[in-house]
Design a protein around this ligand. Structure first.
Ligand code: C2E
Ligand code: MG
Ligand code: MG
Ligand code: MG
Length: 292
């Protein structure tokens, strides 16, 4: 690119590129204080069994309200944090905070299901990721089953033995592994033989049309993906379920678990506890059907 080719590069930059560069710089500098200023938080989105409606898990999603009070979406700041290396302290904060919430819920007599956290490839090539997670669990006397680690296919783009080793170690200690956004990346089925994934999350782009009447190809992709997941003994989670008709179609395909605005958007910890954890075991969470 222009930057790397050196010389008089300024003339190659358009106005838009400058804006993009400024934005990255602003995000990077804002993130530097984000942990200390307590600008980060985790929201939790429920995952429900399609067969029974029971809460089987939840996903922790990072939220950043910057110094000016603006919520910066993760898709904007996570890539910057990955490039700058800030994802390392931030990722460690996510692990600690997720486990703190689980411990607090358990202390209140609630029974939180397992919590899935998102982990970037950048965090896994740093030696000691697994040790950090295991120490964080031990510190709070929490069992490994409370945690699931979500990675995307991007970790296989430049697969580093060390990163795979960290994930295998976590799995041996009882932490579940999930393959996130399945189908959107550099999809190769060989990944599934490389790591013992417990969960496969079908990207919402495949779920978007599941209720379309004449989408034979889309249906075939989902059917094949679900059949393959069964063969590997993986639980299948559909992401981005927004409509009852999508839920019905996923049920017909015998998909296991669904996550999406149909049931709930990601919620602040307290709202998640009130709405999803503090319900009687016989009660199921009913779809609200409210668009978000
Ligand atoms: P993801 O892991 O695939 O998370 C699912 C995203 O889909 C979340 O976006 C969630 O809010 C959104 N979503 C859930 N249900 C629906 C739905 O029904 N419809 C639609 N349209 N969207 C839905 P969010 O929270 O903005 O996060 C975006 C991405 O940022 C995540 O995608 C994940 O890749 C990344 N991310 C979030 N938190 C963390 C984190 O703690 N660490 C790392 N490394 N990445 C994170
Ligand atoms: Mg995820
Ligand atoms: Mg996803
Ligand atoms: Mg994603």
């Amino acid at each position: 690119d222009a930057k790397r080719s050196g010389g008089n590069v300024a003339r190659f930059y358009t106005r838009e590129m400058n804006d993009a560069v400024c934005q990255r710089v602003a995000i990077e500098s804002g993130l530097r204080q984000a942990i200390a200023r307590e600008e980060l938080s985790l929201h939790f989105q429920p995952q429900l069994s399609i067969a029974t409606g029971a809460l089987v898990g939840c996903e922790a999603l990072l939220r950043w309200r910057d110094g000016e009070g603006h919520c910066v979406p993760p898709d904007r700041f996570i890539p910057v944090a990955e490039a700058s290396g800030q994802i390392l302290p931030i990722g460690e904060w996510v692990v600690g905070r997720a486990l703190d919430h689980i411990a607090a819920w358990r202390a209140e007599g609630l029974a939180p299901p397992r919590v899935a956290i998102n982990v970037s490839a950048r965090q896994l090539v740093q030696p000691g990721f697994a040790a950090m997670v295991l120490a964080a669990l031990a510190q709070r006397a929490l069992p490994a089953e409370v945690l699931e680690v979500e990675v995307t296919e991007s970790i296989f783009l430049h697969p580093e033995a060390a990163a795979l080793g960290e994930l295998r170690l976590l799995h041996r200690r009882g932490i579940r592994l999930a393959l996130d956004d399945f189908g959107t990346g550099y999809s190769s089925l060989s990944y599934l033989g490389v790591l013992p994934f417990d969960t496969l999350k079908i990207d919402r782009s495949f779920v978007a049309n599941v209720d379309a009447p004449d989408d034979a190809r889309g249906d075939a992709i989902l059917k094949a993906t679900i059949a393959m997941s069964r063969a590997f003994d993986m639980q299948v989670v559909a992401e981005g379920v927004e409509r009852p008709s999508q839920l019905a179609a996923l049920q017909t395909l015998s998909c296991d678990v669904c996550q999406g605005y149909l049931f709930s958007p990601p919620l602040a910890a307290e709202a998640f506890a009130d709405r999803c954890l503090a319900i009687k075991p016989t009660q199921n969470i009913a779809p609200t059907g409210e668009p978000q």
